[in-house]
Design a protein around this ligand. Structure first.
Ligand code: ADE
Length: 244
């Protein structure tokens, strides 16, 4: 997968080269190019923002700068393809595991990081005439800019790509893959500060362990995220799921 990021703070995206993501880059599973938006600003101050039409606080990022940057970074590749453009914004559609799976199926993603009060809307409208544009929110809170949201989205997407995780079963079994939160996990020692590992996990009875894990996931989801449970279609529940 090819990933391009446009930002006025390229150093903010350094973590994309660390740990798991860095390994995926080294293995050639993803390529990451971070571009400095200011290189597309041509006035003496290299200004990327201006005051909003209609008044109000804050600044809006200028369309000319973004337009030129997207023309350069999102130019058709050798096969004539364009990226899917992801624009993080608190006004976007919620970023979920389902959206992560959708994005993981794309060969090329470009990210446009807005700062201040956002990007002139015409930038998104213009880009949408030639490529798929996804405005996404990583949660109901406001960040200073899109950079941290890009880190979140790229990490969630990259771990779904074949070869990125050491054990692909991890991605299949984690929270949200079956619509439930994952239950608790334990490792050695058996007894720690007076707290014991649940007996069933040491029983060797795989069917009983699977049933216990399913019950824990149901209980935890009911307690913490009843909205997820309510959204699950009836056929996702098996006969032995406790009435919840
Ligand atoms: N930019 C600022 N806040 C954001 C959020 N919650 N999600 C995505 N991008 C953002």
């Amino acid at each position: 997968m090819r990933i391009d990021v446009l930002t006025i703070f390229p150093e903010y995206l350094e973590p994309l080269r660390a740990a798991l993501l860095g390994k995926a880059v080294d293995k050639g599973l993803i390529s990451v190019d971070v571009h400095d938006l200011r290189e597309f600003a041509h006035d003496v101050h290299r200004a990327v923002d201006d005051s909003p039409y209609g008044g109000g606080p804050g600044m809006v990022m200028k369309p000319q700068v973004w337009g030129e940057a997207l023309d350069a970074v999102c130019a058709p590749d050798a096969e004539g393809r364009l990226p899917r453009l992801v624009v993080p914004t608190p006004a976007g559609r919620p970023f979920t595991q389902a959206v992560a799976r959708e994005l993981a199926a794309e060969p090329w993603l470009a990210f446009a990081c807005g700062r201040y009060e956002g990007i002139d809307q015409r930038v998104v409208d213009d880009a949408a005439t030639r490529m798929v544009v996804d405005e996404v929110s990583i949660g109901d809170y406001v960040l200073v800019g899109g950079e941290v949201a890009v880190l979140v989205v790229v990490e969630a997407v990259a771990r779904l790509l074949p070869g990125v995780l050491g054990n692909p079963a991890s991605a299949e079994q984690d929270s949200f893959s079956d619509g439930l939160l994952e239950g608790p996990s334990y490792t050695r020692p058996e007894l720690w500060r007076g707290l014991a590992v649940p007996d069933v996990l040491r029983s060797g009875n795989h069917a009983a362990i699977a049933r216990w894990r399913r019950d824990q996931a149901l209980e935890r989801t009911l307690a913490r995220r009843p909205d997820l449970l309510a959204a699950l279609p009836a056929e996702q529940f098996d006969k032995r799921d406790r009435a919840v």
